[in-house]
Design a binder for this molecule. Structure first.
Ligand SMILES: Nc1nc2c(ncn2[C@@H]2O[C@H](COP(=O)(O)OP(=O)(O)OP(=O)(O)O)[C@@H](O)[C@H]2O)c(=O)[nH]1
Length: 357
């Protein structure tokens, strides 16, 4: 009997766009489907995996959540992703659907290409690539090229072979999409959303379906079951890097491999308990703005509170919420991961975040 391929959905999108939020909603509304999750995150702290395990969905237990922690998934396809997938496919009880959350800095193209590997191709297919967009960030021009900054980066590093790393990555993630979710629609009015839609279509050649969402709420029927078979269409979804590489190769130039996220850096910080979290948030805002922190997330120990506080900053927009009680025997501590561009003054950022605590 011909074995049916297991569908796999790739969820991509820039740092903080709302990938984990969408997945959390999906797990709660997956209509009984057994889902296996593969999560890849930039930075040494598995915040997304922790958050998703914290939601306790029955159709996706802790055992079904696999974290890939050896760097961005697009660079570790052969060493990390493919073996993980093989092990998952060897399990006695197979998932109905596999969902892969890429890091916010990953290119989806190499991951999708991995579905053409002989051992994988026969057993799994890419149901769809879903690119999640922070509509408010697009409207604020965060992905538009900042020429001064790019010039400064290029002056510091002559090997840079592209324009703004953020803009390129954003476009590469859009280029690969079967479905684009214009998330954070609650932060814009209807005209603002229309402008974001137009801007996105102006940046890509294909015309994938677009839906808008508030707080990552998209019906699972829309997310799962797209049936795109994306791995058969990678020729039409090439990244900037692949196109540049091809052009240089045609001209007989051998070109050093260079990934976009080389321009990003992260560090993890352990801080003590924080008795005044709202004061911490107020003090953190100017630090984020002054040092161009792209993303900060983690868990805070608030003395006297039985619950763990999650802190999430995307640019200077900061959310906090208590997600679950600290487990017995679990070490209560404040752990944060901070992500920024490679050219930042690392020591100064560490000091400033510590001083805000
Ligand atoms: N206002 C608003 N905030 C949202 C929405 N969706 C997500 N957020 C918030 O945005 C922040 C980042 O959301 P995540 O789901 O963690 O984003 P992510 O894409 O998984 O982030 P990375 O994995 O770090 O790249 C969190 O504070 C969310 O609560 C939305 O539709 N509207």
């Amino acid at each position: 009997m011909l074995q049916q391929k297991i569908p796999a959905t790739v969820i991509t999108g820039f740092l903080g766009a709302g990938k984990t939020t969408i997945i959390r909603n999906m797990l709660m509304n997956a209509g009984g489907k057994k889902i296996a999750l593969i999560i890849n995150e930039f930075g040494d702290l598995g915040v997304d995996g922790e958050v998703l395990k914290g939601c306790g969905a029955e159709n996706c237990t802790e055992d079904d959540i696999i974290e890939l922690t050896n760097g961005c998934i697009c660079c570790t396809v052969a060493d990390d992703f493919v073996p993980t997938m093989q092990r998952l496919l060897e399990r006695d009880v197979k998932p109905d659907h596999i969902v892969i959350e890429t890091s916010g800095l990953a290119l989806p193209q190499p991951l999708v290409a991995a579905f053409n590997w002989p051992d994988i191709r026969t057993r799994v297919t890419v149901d769809g690539v879903i690119t999640v967009v922070d509509s408010a960030a697009v409207a604020a021009g965060r992905f538009a090229d900042d020429h001064d900054k790019v010039d400064a980066l290029r002056a510091a590093d002559e090997s840079l072979d592209h324009e703004s790393p953020i803009e390129e990555l954003f476009e590469d993630q859009l280029t690969c999409a079967d479905l684009i979710v214009l998330n954070k629609a609650d932060l814009l009015d209807a005209q603002g959303i229309e402008r974001v839609r137009d801007e996105i279509f102006s940046r890509i050649a294909r015309k994938p379906t677009m839906v808008q969402a508030k707080n990552g709420q998209v019906p699972s029927m829309v997310l799962l079951g797209i049936g795109a078979g994306t791995e058969t269409d990678i020729e039409n979804r090439k990244s900037h890097h692949e196109l540049e590489h091809e052009a240089l190769h045609e001209n007989g130039v051998e070109h050093e491999h260079h990934h976009d996220h080389d321009e990003f850096e992260s560090f993890a910080l352990n801080l003590g308990s924080i008795s005044d979290p709202s004061g911490f948030v107020d003090r953190l805002k100017p630090v984020i703005e002054a040092h161009d922190v792209l993303r900060l997330k983690g868990f805070v120990d608030v003395p006297g509170k039985p619950m763990r506080l999650v802190i999430q900053a995307v640019g200077s927009r900061i959310d906090t919420y208590f997600d679950r009680p600290w487990a017995s025997g679990e070490k209560r501590e404040t752990r944060l991961v901070v992500i920024g561009l490679h050219d930042w003054d690392f020591g100064a950022v560490v000091e400033a975040v510590q001083a805000a605590a």
